[in-house]
Design a protein around this ligand. Sequence first.
Ligand code: TRP
Length: 454
Amino acid sequence: MNIGKPNGGRAVFGSRFAAIATTVGSAVGLGNIWRFPYEAGVHGGGAFLICYLAFALMVGVPVLIAEFIMGRGTRSNVLGAYRKLDPAHPWYWAGYLGIVASMLILGFYAVVAGWTLEYCLESLFGMLDFSSEEAGHSQFMMLTSGWRPVIWTIIFSLCNFAILMRGVTKGIERLSNILMPLLFILLVIFCVHSLFLPGFTEGINFLFRPDFSKITPSTLLGALGQAFFSLSLGVGCMMTYASYFSDKTRLGQTALTTMILDSLVAILSGVIIFPAVFSYGLSPTAGPTLVFEVLPNIFYRMTAGGIWSTLFFLLLFLASLTSTLSMSEISISFLSEEKKMGRKTATSISCGLTLLLSLLCALSMGPWKDLSIFGMNFFNLFDYVASNILMPIGGMVCSIFTGWWIDRRFIKSELTDPGTRRFIWLKPLIFFLRWICPAAIFIVFLDSSGLLPR
Ligand code: TRP
């Protein structure tokens, strides 16, 4: 079955390296460098890491392969992919959910990405004051309240927009090809630096020595959520990128490589952050402010701290940018293919809409601080709805759809580059997509909604 081919003038990534650089670019982002360390810090370090890796391998990789199969096999946007594979039933609604979820995620993501840009420039010009913990805290409060986040969110969103306007191959692919290797180099430099910190052993023990008594339902929930968020799953993001893969891209191998590199970045971030935290007697359980409040404190005490700090936040900014490109691409490809808009119009509409959502989030941290919906501000509400409701549903539908519904020959042909190679994992993959992935997601989902007895 060759549903979407030939690909009628659609973009195709130019090389195998580009396929990996773009998917890893999407996967690696704030999720790895900002979210992973604070989640691991809150949920007990090593125990969280083990659960996270297990979920990434057993649930993340199969769902990632499923998204790849649907995307490359149909060469379509999310909605088109479901529709081409089953025109008779309303599966394509999952596509709409994905589009909404990706816009909500982009809404709050752009605000945090805006902070990284602000921190980067402020460090460059020596304007950050982290001489004490209190100074650091009030600095963070100042940078993230009032009108400042609004301005930086707009600046970040404009960067995102400018690259997307250049298109898939000239914008997304070219930037990812350059930025991803650079990102790995920066990470390694920071890790080497970490080796020389007095708290290195303590930090490494915290991250790698699991204390299994610390595994609670909330650890499991946090770990599964982290695996999904970090691998950009459940909203059709990877499906959209896979629709630009060439026929030669090996889907299984690319999925596994993406998961390994993505986890590696998360682990390296832990290796950078925890030794530093322990070296200066700070607490690993600080939560979302860990990277923004604790780290600058540490940079401040280092020789040439300003340079380290600039580099670190530059790294975070670049990683965020390659991720937001992928989130925007979901709705851009939808608008241009399903609604027949030109690429530039589609990009402008998608970025305009998400900018509005981001502004709501940015304002809800500052001038609209007191506004609350279901007890949350916009920032937390968007995160909650997307990460705890829409992404698990999207992941489950994709897994059930591929495992139970679509023609097995189609799956096989995508995985074996129509019959020219062997793919020995076909049976286990189908088994995981049919049973393990939906069940794991469902249980964690029920648990997070408080419906399971404790
Ligand atoms: N995976 C990215 C990160 O770790 C974020 C991201 C990009 C994402 N695209 C996504 C998250 C789609 C959920 C859905 O930062």
